[in-house]
Write a protein that binds this ligand. Structure first.
Ligand code: PLP
Length: 455
């Protein structure tokens, strides 16, 4: 397959319009000047084409979401059908496909009696789960429990409240959410407590914070099964069970933020399954529709959801106009059908093992500090000046520009790759395509070594 390039005039016109009128998300908008961000015009499977007709393997699955791959006509057909039947309900009503997607996701979740609050994106899902956790305690006569513990360096969203949690993308926007308490993360390769031989002090510290804050003031702990924002460090196998234990001990709800890991990314439907833990609330988004339409959800276990069932005083007074939009719900239902038919979760597990195995070859390069992964198709290669001391490259080494430039030139789309190269390919990926990714990484790192004069 190929893609017809746009004419240089058409590209110039679009760039002019974008440069004058469009904000770039979390990027410097002035970057539209000069070469500007790459414009993509076509996608098929794991491949995408830019406006100039160049082809790339998308090793990031969009922004961690294109799990079923690009160009799925049957998802487009399902959306078209829904749109032409009834695109959205009158006030207070529902459209059948909204119930259908909720029931399907609940059937895949650890609690088959779970209830979903459908929204449009991950940040809204996090806002919803946090509000739900606070009101849950209120309804149980413990309204003083309002604080939310999040781990430093984690990312839970871009809205004002969710950005307070973890502060991965902190900005100067004034006071954060009252009650957002940021605690230590788990980053085994760069752990302040244990030098890689985990003693669970990072988890135990969370208990210390709860005791210090007072358990009667803490509503929930929120954490990603593996935090992409904090560096794709795989936690110790006892880390998540320890979080569960702490949450239970202090009557604190455990919220798993599975916006990236939900729907097969770690080789299981939900990432927490890999760590043997059942959270009270789970947030999902991106891969729910493989990014074909914006849909997300806060999933509440029956224990939590039942608190909201009864008279009007128990109603969860939370409303997002386009939350769970039927068109997006139709895309999600079809996407999950594809998942089951093509066994994408199994493929993620199998191909994830293969990817992790192949990435070990990169240790031949002295600037490879650590290769992380082994849990489905989420992996990372961290570059360091010295593997033993883990000394990081200075800014002047220019990795933030050199690495993405080299990867793109060799035919791979990455995201903010610098000394940490994240890998999150579509779950449909094959061995041959993984071989291509590893070959490109091998060449890229080899060239970097020569340029940096370390070999
Ligand atoms: C773990 C996690 N939570 C929440 C969000 C926010 O999702 P969204 O950008 O869809 O609002 C993200 C986005 O990347 C995420 O990775």
């Amino acid at each position: 397959m190929t893609s017809t390039p746009l004419s240089p005039d058409a590209i110039a016109q679009i760039k002019q319009a974008a440069g004058d009128h469009l904000f770039l998300h979390a990027q410097q908008t002035a970057d539209w000047r000069g070469a500007g961000p790459r414009m993509y015009v076509k996608g098929d499977g794991v491949w995408v084409w830019d406006a100039q007709g160049n082809k790339y393997l998308d090793a990031m699955a969009g922004l961690w979401f294109k799990s079923a791959g690009y160009g799925r006509k049957e998802i487009a057909d399902a959306v078209y059908k829904q749109m032409t039947e009834i695109d959205s309900p009158p006030a207070g009503g529902v459209v059948p496909v909204q119930a259908q997607v909720a029931a399907k996701v609940a059937s895949l979740y650890h609690d088959k009696n779970a209830r979903l609050f459908l929204v449009s994106g991950g940040s809204e899902a996090v806002e919803t789960a946090v509000k739900m956790a606070k009101k849950y305690h209120h309804l149980n006569g413990k309204g003083g429990k309002y604080k939310i513990l999040a781990r430093r360096g984690s990312y839970h969203g871009g809205t004002a409240m969710s950005a307070s949690l973890g502060r991965a993308n902190a900005d100067t926007m004034g006071p954060e959410m009252v009650g957002a308490i940021n605690v230590v993360n788990t980053t085994p390769y760069r752990c302040a407590y244990c030098d890689g031989k985990c003693n669970l002090k990072c988890a135990n510290e969370i208990e210390t914070v709860i005791q210090f804050q007072g358990a009667d003031s803490v509503a929930a702990i929120i954490a990603e099964p593996i935090s992409a924002a904090a560096g794709i460090h795989v936690p110790h196998k006892d880390y998540w069970p320890r979080l569960r234990e702490i949450a239970d001990k202090y009557d604190v709800l455990l919220i798993a933020d599975e916006v990236i890991t939900g729907f097969g990314r770690l080789g299981s439907w939900f990432g927490t399954e890999r760590f043997g833990v059942k959270p009270d609330l789970t947030t999902v988004a991106k891969a729910l529709s493989s990014g074909y339409a914006p849909i997300a959800a806060a999933i509440a276990t029956k224990k939590v959801a039942d608190a909201f069932i009864g008279d009007q005083s128990k109603t969860f007074r939370h409303l997002i106009t386009f939350g769970g939009h039927p068109i997006a719900a139709a895309a999600a239902v079809k996407n999950l059908e594809i998942y089951e038919r093509e066994k994408l979760v199994e493929n993620s597990r199998k191909m994830g093992e293969y990817l992790f195995d192949q990435l070990q070859k990169l240790y031949e390069h002295s600037i490879v500090g650590e290769v992380r992964g082994g849990y489905g198709l989420l992996a990372a290669v961290e570059l360091a000046q010295d593997r033993q001391t883990k000394k990081q490259f200075p800014k002047e080494a220019g990795l933030a520009t050199k690495v993405p430039q080299k990867l793109t030139k060799k035919g791979i789309v990455s995201f903010r790759a610098a000394d940490l190269i994240a890998l999150c390919p579509p779950l449909i990926i094959t061995r041959e395509q993984i071989d291509f990714i590893v070959k490109v990484l091998d060449e890229t790192i080899g060239e970097l070594e020569q340029e940096l004069g370390v070999k």
